[in-house]
Design a protein around this ligand. Sequence first.
Ligand code: FAD
Ligand code: DHB
Length: 389
Amino acid sequence: MRTQVAIVGGGPAGLLLAQLLHTQGIETIVLERYERDEVLSRARAAVLERGLVDLLHEAGASTSLDENGLVHEGIRLSGNGQDFRIDLKALTGGAVTIYGQENITADLYAARDALGLTTLHGCSGMKPRDIDSDQPFLTFLHGGKMNRLDCDFIAGCDGVHGPCRKEVPDDAAQVVEQTFPFGWLGVKSDAAPVVDELLYAGSDRGFALCSLKDAARGRYYLQVPLSDAPEDWEDDDIWEELARRLPQDVADALPGGGLSGRYIAPLRSFVSNPMQWGRMFLCGDAAHIVPPTGAKGLNTAASDVQYLYHALTGYYRKGDEAGLAAYSNTALARIWKTQRFSWSMTKLLHRFPDQSVFDLQMQRAELAYLAGSEAAQTVLAENYVGLPY
Ligand code: FAD
Ligand code: DHB
């Protein structure tokens, strides 16, 4: 088998890159480890920056997004005696769109299927080879036999545990990592969302987030100790804990009832530099992770995809290698700003086990300052709606 760009990972980053390259006549094959149902069962991100929405339009995978995406022009923040709205639209002219990651992935698969493009599921033992030559290839098990895919370039869109990042030689790779001493318990509710706009709530008992899956169904997150397991939390415990952490009007309106999709995600920051080696380029969670408080993981994956898409287009259209050579530095410049924002939102709203009285006062002052300063709110809003590419 041969293609121009071999894409490892059929998550949102890999599929979006594949569709965008197709619009420029560049051939791709997507190799995914799991079956499609399993990929589509991962319900995580929901908040899309304008840049990602634009890319989905350009990729020809936006029909359902345009119909079902909810444009949100504000968010609410509460905690430490503060409770206020940040008017994203008034402060920046921008907004975010609420539309689930699982829907984006399904739309991209449907667009790919409609064009008859090749996606192989159930690929195991994936190994990038000869990436520092101009004839890289991948070997993997599929359909009960070993396969070889020759290509011009490899895009490693294989998530945080994927094999591609491991091909950057140890003495060239710098990994910067910070783990946070807590996780998020996430659940879905079939009852109507309790909020019209996302509510990020700090409290003495820790962080809570009210979000929505779509106009009809709610999604909730709670900060929990890393020692907790999802099955430790009964439905009623979750509703009760949400009520303790949320402003009274929202606590009173919580619908109660059955919850599904329980999982606990640890919070961490992680950046791997460089994001390229020879003819292999990393995109999305394969190269970096942010704590989810700023809703940036998928959006940052999209910004990588945008840079790589333009760099590959420059190469195939004009023989220009400058974009490819600069890819890692270009992508990392934006990633570090997004890391900063995600870290600042996490610090602002969570309870840390070793927080001193001084730390608590700083957190309180930060939230009070934000509540009263249009300048501070503009900084938050500009980052939340998304920095330019
Ligand atoms: P992935 O989604 O991990 O996809 C990688 C793909 O590669 C997978 O399908 C995997 O099966 C495949 N793969 C792995 N190994 C191999 C292999 N050996 N061979 C072939 N394929 C392989 N982001 C936001 O922007 N907004 C949000 O609101 C938001 N909320 C979040 C909330 C939570 C609780 C969490 C945990 C995350 C959230 N995120 C959010 C982050 C977002 O979900 C991720 O950043 C996003 O999934 C990254 O996409 P990706 O395609 O890079 O990686
Ligand atoms: C969701 C996740 C986030 O991390 C966030 O900041 C906002 C919303 C969500 O899954 O709905």
